[in-house]
Design a protein. Structure first.
Length: 201
């Protein structure tokens, strides 16, 4: 078994071991299927630790900028985001035999200028790391969405949860292209719930 580590919310280092189920046994993890339902989102509370399975879409700031430009110009988006969850990630190239390369989260504030319009359009979930602006927190509350954080130092371990990767659009952006991921038991923590409560300081 191999280890992957990171820095926890309390600033203390930790190690996770691939193939070791002690993580799930030591903390209460709730499994959720994507896309999240309104009831799922309402039930989630800041600090909840979850395992997500189903489709996620990847997008970073360059892709967000293009999506918002489409909205500003009154053009249809190249991907349907209503009810979906975006993972802020630009994965490294996959090695032979792998679905995806290292897939750790991008710092989320880079997406803050573009997030409220996408939430207004129906986006329901976001996964990244770090704080969000007051405007984003307000939009999360207004539109009943949720912001998850995940482990920045465990990119290889997170990649183990990705079972399929399909390019969707903006392939000229390389690793920042929008892709559809199929994930299984992807570990995340509710950083900001639909009521605006947060564990991020």
């Amino acid at each position: 078994m191999s280890c992957c580590g990171g820095i926890g919310l309390d600033g203390e280092p930790f190690n996770l071991v691939k193939g070791d189920d002690r993580l799930a046994q030591s903390i209460l993890l709730t499994a959720y299927e994507q896309p999240l339902t309104e009831a799922d989102i309402a039930a989630l509370q800041a600090g909840d630790e979850v395992l997500l399975s189903g489709p996620l879409y990847t997008a970073r700031d360059a892709a967000h900028q293009r999506l918002c430009r489409c909205l500003q110009e009154g053009k249809p988006l190249p991907v349907e985001l209503a009810g979906e969850t975006i993972y802020y990630v630009g994965p490294s190239p996959a090695k032979p035999g792998e679905v995806i390369g290292s897939a750790g989260p991008t710092t989320s504030y880079r997406m803050d200028p573009y997030t409220p319009p996408l939430l207004a359009l129906g986006l329901k979930g976001m996964i990244g790391k770090g704080r969000r602006s007051a405007e984003v927190v307000q939009a999360i509350r207004e539109h009943g969405a949720v912001y998850f954080i995940t482990i920045g130092g465990a990119a290889a371990l997170l990649a183990e949860a990705v079972k399929k990767k399909t390019p969707v659009c903006y392939e000229d952006l390389g690793p920042e292209a929008i892709c559809r991921l199929e994930v299984e038991n992807f570990y995340a923590i509710v950083g900001i719930d639909s009521r605006g409560n947060t564990i991020i300081r």
